[in-house]
Design a protein around this ligand. Structure first.
Ligand code: CU
Length: 110
């Protein structure tokens, strides 16, 4: 019984890991670690003013080959977090190099 669960978990994590591996290889290959700007749509899940971070459940970001996910971003300026609240829908601007990205702007849409 336990073994079935373990193999299920392994199969499931493989399914999750493969697309992100592919995205990693894209980033390391043709496109070098140059800075790119991109734009996303998401919902605010957490705000940490002290650390200058915002957690967003974002939709896929085509410009970066990113799937939809929930992740924490650093913001370039903590002032960007002013007036934001958890649960708001936002569009946001990103500056990325490789798999790391910082948020350079956020606008509430809803
Ligand atoms: Cu993400």
């Amino acid at each position: 019984m336990n073994q079935i669960i373990v193999s299920l978990v392994i199969v499931m994590s493989f399914g999750l890991a493969l697309p992100s591996l592919a995205a990693d290889m894209d980033n390391m290959g043709m496109t070098q670690q140059t800075e790119k700007t991109a734009h996303g749509i998401g919902v605010i899940k957490n705000i940490n003013v002290k650390e200058g971070k915002i957690t967003l459940a974002h939709q896929p970001i085509k410009e970066l080959n990113w799937p939809a996910m929930t992740m924490a971003f650093k913001v370039t300026d903590p002032k960007l977090l002013e007036g934001l609240t958890v649960g708001k829908e936002v569009t946001f601007d990103l500056r990325s190099s490789g798999m790391s990205a910082v948020v350079t702007g956020i606008q509430i849409t809803k």
